[in-house]
Design a protein. Structure first.
Length: 72
């Protein structure tokens, strides 16, 4: 069973896109993640990790429960 995500995929995609666009502009780059996170009511660290994943092209990490880990 997959872990439930705290934010809908549409919100994650929109927030990530807004941050990447804002970071292209040197004047808006400083504080872009925190500003957009506050506007969309998203935790800044969550948004920071989404942006990092989008910029590096790495897939999101899989979430395993303790039960999954102990089953090995």
């Amino acid at each position: 069973m997959a872990a439930l995500r705290g934010y809908p995929d549409e919100l994650r995609e929109r927030a990530t896109r807004l941050c990447i666009e804002a970071r292209k502009d040197a004047a808006a780059r400083t504080g872009a993640i925190r500003r957009i996170a506050d506007q969309l009511d998203v935790h800044p660290e969550a948004l920071r990790s989404w942006v990092k994943q989008a910029e590096t092209g790495s897939p999101p990490r899989s979430r395993r429960t303790r039960a999954d880990r102990s089953a090995r």
